[in-house]
Design a protein around this ligand. Sequence first.
Ligand SMILES: [Zn+2]
Length: 374
Amino acid sequence: MDLLKKLSFLFFFLTFVFPVYAFDVDELLDGDGLSSGFTHFLRIGIKTDVVSFSLEGDAKVFDKKERAVGEIQGRVTVSAAQGGIKVGSKVFNGDMVKFTSELIPLKFEGRMFRGEIEVYVKNSKLIVVNKLDIEDYVKGVINKEAIPSWPVEAKKTQAVLARTFAVYQKMFNPRSEFFDLAPTVLDQVYDGLGKEDVTSVEAVNATRGEVITLGNDPAKIYFHSTCGGTISSSAEIWKKDEPHLQELKCPYCTKSSLYRWKRNLKAAEIAKKLGVKSIKSISTVRGRTRVESVVVDGKKFPVNKFRELVGFSVIWSNDFTVTKSGANFVFSGKGAGHGVGVCQWGMAGMAAQGKNHYEILKFYLKGIEIRKMY
Ligand SMILES: [Zn+2]
């Protein structure tokens, strides 16, 4: 059940959120490239628009100009105050303070975070930012995006994907003037170091600084749980051709529990979810490799709209057929997710057959290189 929960979370992220970025890659790739004095720190906006929060640790407090202005010991409440930020009973003037702890990670609302905690005040609300080394960030996220029991080469592959995603967002698409990434499905799910384990740390250390590049820039990467046998091109799925996101056959994801799936749904239940009275017929319109739209009694739904309404973890992918069976409709599908880029169960399958993470990434992403950024 835990695995299913994780999967459904992952699929929501991969299928619903990722396509948002599919249209802005070209405009964003005209940056200075990899050698432009990139520092390997990331800023994650772990909380925004709050009036107060709790922080615990033995830490020094610095102001915006990096001057040590105080310290905390134990648990304190941090809140927005007139003209500044109140920490415990003391008000620090100005619009920013920073907490650093050299020995033990700081605890923000009960969860531990590596690196520093920066606090900004804007319009009487606080923005809480965790500033940390990209490597520490990747250690915290890869078990959220990968299945913890996968072989280490699959985890290394996921580490390079997660790092590339973060670097790309920082360079070309930061979330706000205060931070690069959100800690949620909008970017990659991150809640501190609680998700780290021995193999995730090993996978990150073994790939330190490695980033997927296309030409001189980090590549915009996409991955999904299970392709079901065929990877689709971005040209087909998002109507935008990307050199590294091409159609190919993937024979490696057969171990996924969603390689093939079936859902038997009551017509009345689907009707309720779609907001219609009743349903007589459902059919699909297919593109080259996957369903483009679903036709319900003559009304056309784009496939992802249909999946969103019926449930991303009910209709697991955009590759399925529908048949009528009495008062029910039976959906028979292949794979899970949008089917573009790297197939995660495929990468686990390749790793199990002894392929290394370079071979895995180059199999799924055409024309890319993996370069050490630092
Ligand atoms: Zn696959």
